[in-house]
Design a protein around this ligand. Structure first.
Ligand SMILES: NC(=O)c1ccc[n+]([C@@H]2O[C@H](COP(=O)([O-])OP(=O)(O)OC[C@H]3O[C@@H](n4cnc5c(N)ncnc54)[C@H](OP(=O)(O)O)[C@@H]3O)[C@@H](O)[C@H]2O)c1
Length: 356
């Protein structure tokens, strides 16, 4: 088993990132150890840190000391030790991992598609984050697209559920759908799916990202944040991925009553306290697992997986053409990429994958 380590950050200072040596993990009966192999880093992971306390993201992978946290990442890991029937050394699993060399899991609901980590400290946390999917039976997995999977899967799942909620709610009556942080993977994944919706799909972005956002070809129009006065005064839903109070205020001033819905999806601009004008009946918080629960009840788990796999198959070739995957190696590279993404120094075209 390889040497273990964890990358911890200061809960109050996410730029205070340190690699700490950790004991190699051994499974007790009914457990397994997964070696974390290949993970991605995007603004989404920074949001896990920013909202670590409020949304309990710190609780998935407790850090050695209470003032420090381990930021979750998505990716692939390999089972390196197991005392659980149905979980075998060599199995490759997609899921939610710590920034660490290894993860100890207590597999429950083991079946042909993988398992859930039923460890006590994760039991009250949202269940989609506790699922580990075997690559061998995942309908949206392919070896050649592993890096796309690492980078986009959690984000495109949100894009898919967000687009689905819009359709489900008849777009809240909006004729225009305006995405802030339109250059983000979460936004342009949703815009990709909504091209055929019959709605006007608009991207809002920072001046430096206008050209990239236009080049995606998924938005009917792209505006920079300084030009929101020019937005057409038609019923508009704001899919707020930036989480910026300035952008929200500018949209309210520009659109007035034509702003029919403000759905808070993310906080890419790192305004931690920015959860919108809650109390305004137009404002809702979007949390992908909520819509997922609704559709699991409507379609069944297999029906949801099938629909997602179809959407993914249509999106993957597009994503392959948009993203420049940059692969780096080892824990120290993970630390450097974390600091780069945290400082918003990663160009939107770059997708960071780290081989650990
Ligand atoms: N609600 C949910 O269930 C859910 C699920 C998945 C993701 N999300 C959220 O969606 C957001 C986007 O995540 P992503 O991984 O798709 O992002 P990404 O692809 O890494 O997006 C990068 C873009 O985010 C903006 N950005 C990032 N850091 C910034 C900073 N420090 N200052 C200003 N702008 C910054 C910039 O866009 P612009 O210049 O265009 O503003 C940048 O081009 C995150 O907040 C994430 O947590 C929510």
């Amino acid at each position: 088993m390889s040497q273990n380590w964890v990358l911890t950050v200061g809960k109050k200072d996410l730029a205070d990132a340190a690699i700490e040596a950790a004991a190699s993990l051994e499974p007790a009966p009914g457990q397994a150890v997964v070696s974390v192999d290949r993970v991605g880093l995007t603004a989404n992971n920074v949001t896990y840190g920013l909202l670590g306390k409020a949304f309990r993201y710190w609780d998935f992978f407790p850090a050695p000391s209470p003032d420090r946290g381990i930021v979750p990442v998505w990716g692939f890991g390999d089972v390196v030790a197991s005392t659980t029937e149905g979980v075998a050394v060599g199995q490759r699993l997609y899921g939610y991992y710590p920034m660490a060399g290894q993860l100890l899991v207590t597999p429950g609901r083991v079946d042909g598609s993988g398992f859930r980590d039923i460890a006590e400290h994760r039991s009250a946390l949202p269940s989609p984050y506790n699922a580990y999917a075997l690559t061998t039976s995942d309908p949206s997995y392919s070896l050649e697209d592993e890096d796309l999977h690492v980078l986009y899967r959690p984000l495109f799942f949100t894009s898919f559920m967000l687009g689905d909620q819009l359709v489900d709610q008849d777009f809240w009556g909006a004729e225009s759908l305006a995405f802030s942080s339109a250059s983000s993977k979460t936004s342009y994944g949703a815009a990709f799916l909504l091209r055929a919706s019959g709605r006007h799909v608009v991207g809002l972005t920072s001046s430096g990202n206008v050209e990239f956002t236009r080049s995606l070809g998924v938005y009917d129009d792209v505006y920079e944040y300084g030009d929101l006065d020019a937005l057409p005064k038609v019923p508009t839903a704001h899919l707020d991925v930036a989480g910026s109070s300035d952008v929200r205020a500018a949209l309210r001033a520009s659109l007035g009553d034509a702003l029919v819905r403000e759905s808070i999806v993310g906080v890419a601009h790192q305004e931690k306290a920015s959860v919108g004008t809650l109390g305004d009946p137009r404002t809702v918080v979007f949390f992908a697992p909520d819509q997922m629960r609704k559709r699991t009840a409507d379609w069944g788990r297999a029906g949801l997986d099938q629909r997602f796999a179809e959407a993914w198959r249509s999106f993957a070739p597009f994503a392959r053409d948009q993203v420049e995957v940059v692969v780096s190696s080892g824990p120290e590279a993970l630390r450097e990429v974390w600091l780069e993404v945290l400082a918003n120094k990663t160009p939107p075209r770059v997708g960071n994958v780290i081989q650990l």
